[in-house]
Ligand binder design. Structure first.
Ligand code: AMP
Ligand code: MG
Length: 520
């Protein structure tokens, strides 16, 4: 196993001078050196061949002892110095101070085919940022992160990637539902990769400490390596940098809305500076279309991070980033202009995205009403978002009355679909049929286009849970099956039709399927 190590982060940014692995506030530094914890009996459960190749490794490397040891933290790659990053964040709207990589350890940066990748272990032991926790991760949350990040990538959603999933061989104590029932679970380690794991919180923590010097160093670093098109740092460049982050963030959020992904914990420490989906914790997929839904039980009272609020929360988080960058710009006007433009841009991009889901290639005044109306009708009775949009591509504008039969598989409780609801649907289908008359595509062309944006297969919450239940019993086949299934989410896969179904009834209230806590 030979990797082309090109460490930039630790070479160019200030390090915490203390090497001891003790909990502390880390000042005037972007990271602390730390060594992963040795594990009892590591076992590799799954490796992504695609990521091996992206990193310059072969499938044989992935099955080697050296790979197992490095990606479970038991040995360190030659000439590398693992580290944990210092960041802060707003959690559920409140400033939480220093957080940091409490259970993530960056191993090294690798350059392959002009692409830089930071390799990171999640669940590899304590760091100076672990606060009161143990730095470990359990199998259930690791399976969820491993499968979902790759599924998101193949759906075309910007995301961090996953390279491997391993058992540590150690048991980890968790109170899964925060109800006082603590139990041992199997410990696991995911290795993940991204161009950078920098979050809004990395900048916020420095600004909160009025450490403008380190803040400038970090922002200049970010521009140099990740936004290099912006050129030499200056106040004007910092504004453009902020504008670019806003664009990337919004783009990611529109994709989330498109595929029905609910992140569940959009704290500013979980917002990537590259606009990638990061930190797959209590996330979930919309089954019944419901803007009020959040998978995160910790958020069940206020539902701050519900599906329908994600675009607004993105803006709230961007305000916090703007505040953090302000000391370098010292002029609020441009930042405010960008933030004020967000709402309109978000609305426009959301409409465009919804048009694409409906197979509309032209723009008409009435589209906004058509889409708003659809969102209402979708909520009259529990209606599966994925099945609805996928089946909608079968709709024929000549036969609007066949609309309901085409999408009826999306209804969860067929008895609930009253005559009034049917009427409303038929009215919507009639309007949709009229609207389609203004389009130039043939039905077949429209169907093809719609199927490229409306996935057939997503990682429904119960699917991940089935894979977890099997994995806890030592059977890892389903992890592999889902991993492969979700590589082609837009394709028809006749052998896998069983995964194109509504959430089964048993999963409606089961932990892990409909509700998740942050405990991981
Ligand atoms: P999250 O909500 O998962 O993004 O985590 C918020 C903060 O808690 C981050 O600083 C994490 O590193 C830290 N954290 C979460 N779980 C653990 C754990 N098991 N051990 C140490 N730190 C943790
Ligand atoms: Mg996090």
């Amino acid at each position: 196993m030979k990797l082309n190590i090109v460490d930039r982060f630790i070479k160019e940014l200030p390090a915490d001078p203390i090497l001891e692995n003790s909990r502390r506030q880390v000042k005037n530094a972007c990271f602390s050196y730390v060594t992963p914890k040795k594990t009892a009996q590591p076992q590799m459960l799954h490796v992504s061949n695609e990521m091996l190749s992206a990193l310059g490794m072969s499938p044989e490397d992935g099955t080697s002892k050296a790979f197992l040891n490095v990606f479970t933290g038991n040995s360190i790659l030659p000439n590398t110095k693992p580290y944990a990053m210092c960041y802060g964040g707003h959690q559920f709207g409140n400033w939480a101070g220093q957080l940091g990589d409490g259970r993530a350890i960056n191993l090294a940066e690798v350059k392959h085919q002009q692409q830089h990748w930071v390799l990171q272990l999640k669940g590899a032991g304590e760091t100076p940022y672990s606060r009161t926790a143990d730095g470990l991760a359990v199998l259930r949350s690791s399976v969820r992160e491993y499968l979902c990040s790759e599924a998101m990538y193949h759906l075309g959603v910007p995301t961090t990637r996953a390279l491997s999933l391993a058992l540590s061989g150690d048991d980890v104590m968790r109170d899964m539902l925060y109800d006082g029932n603590r139990a041992y679970e199997k410990g696991a380690i995911v290795s993940r990769a991204s161009q950078s794991f920098l979050r809004f919180g990395n900048y916020q923590i420095l600004a909160s400490r009025q450490d403008n010097e380190t803040l400038k160093t970090l922002v200049d670093y970010t521009i140099k390596h990740h936004y290099s098109q912006l050129g030499k740092p200056s106040k004007a460049t910092y504004v453009q940098f902020f504008e670019a982050v806003v664009e990337h963030t919004l783009e990611m959020l529109i994709h989330w809305q498109r595929v029905g992904f609910v992140h569940g914990v959009m704290n500013t420490d979980n917002m990537s500076i590259l606009g990638q989906t990061i930190d797959y914790g209590p996330y979930g997929w919309l089954e019944g279309y419901d803007p009020q839904w959040t998978p995160n039980t910790t958020d069940s009272q206020f539902k701050r991070y519900r599906y329908g609020a994600q675009l607004d929360i993105g803006l709230w988080n961007l305000y916090q980033l703007a505040n953090a960058l302000y000391p370098l710009i010292e002029e609020a006007e441009d930042l405010e202009r960008i933030l004020h433009a967000y709402h309109e841009n978000a609305q426009a991009q959301y409409l465009d995205m919804m048009r694409s889901k409906l197979g509309l290639c032209t723009v008409k005044q009435k589209d906004k009403a058509l889409i708003a109306n659809l969102e209402e009708v979708l909520q009259l009775t529990e209606t599966d978002m994925t099945i609805f949009f996928r089946n909608l591509s079968e709709f024929s504008l000549e036969e609007p009355l066949k609309g309901i039969p085409i999408i009826k598989d999306a209804f969860y409780i067929i008895n609930e679909v009253s005559d009034v609801i049917k009427q409303k649907w038929n009215f919507w289908f009639k309007t949709y049929a009229e609207r389609l008359q203004h389009e130039v595509l043939t039905s077949d062309e429209r169907k093809t286009k719609m199927n490229q944006v409306n996935p057939k297969y997503v990682l429904r919450n119960y699917m991940a849970q089935l894979a977890i239940d099997d994995a806890n019993k030592g059977d890892y086949k389903l992890i592999d099956e889902l991993f492969n299934l979700l590589k082609q989410p837009y394709d028809e896969q006749p052998d896998h039709e069983k995964w194109f179904v509504k959430r089964p009834d048993w999963a409606r209230h089961k932990a892990g399927c409909s509700m998740l806590s942050c405990s991981s």
